[in-house]
Write a protein that binds this ligand. Sequence first.
Ligand code: DC
Length: 219
Amino acid sequence: MRIAVDGPAGAGKSTISKAVAERLGYIYIDTGAMYRSVGLAALDAGLEPRSERDVSGILDDIEIDIKNGDDGQSFYLNGENVTERIREPKVSMAASSVAVIPAVRLKLVELQRRLAEKADVVMDGRDIGTYVLPDAELKIFLTADAAERARRRCAELIAKGETADPAVVEAEIKARDKNDSEREFAPLRKADDAVLVDTTDMSIEQVINTILELADKRR
Ligand code: DC
């Protein structure tokens, strides 16, 4: 069974997908973290993440490893544990920028498909239902109002001891959604056969249960 969870930034995809995977005993695959790792590699190399030529030039030297530990998943970029660094706000836009580049997508999609062959998975991202796993048994398109998504992202940042301005976070989320939806190759889009779940007025538990019920019917 493969469950694809797509949607805009801050809709709660990773929280929900992680919880659903845990309850079902499936593997959770965070594809956003892979684009974030490439975005970080570009920033660390002093490159412009939008530059197809520059980023394509370092792509062969980028190795991403995922390790499952007791405290969750860790991401390694060329051997360095970047689990924390890829969550920095400046990496979000860099990830969205490198994600426009077809060569980046092809490299990461290959890795994502390989991971999904080995186990039952819950995979979240932007193009999982439309491009990465078009035959997934269950597809969810998770969304929420932009203001609510910004509010949740701010709460997350504040919980980590960072400062966050809701207006700035909302503008950043909207810019990223626009960039992710308007790119040519595998843009953010609801698959025709995906179930739309608007989480604006739902609790996390309600969203998890909605997806578990849908999964139960498809198994
Ligand atoms: O889910 P996230 O916020 O961690 O993703 C970071 C960026 O990576 C997002 O703005 C667009 C890109 N991305 C993508 O293009 N395709 C995916 N399947 C996952 C993420």
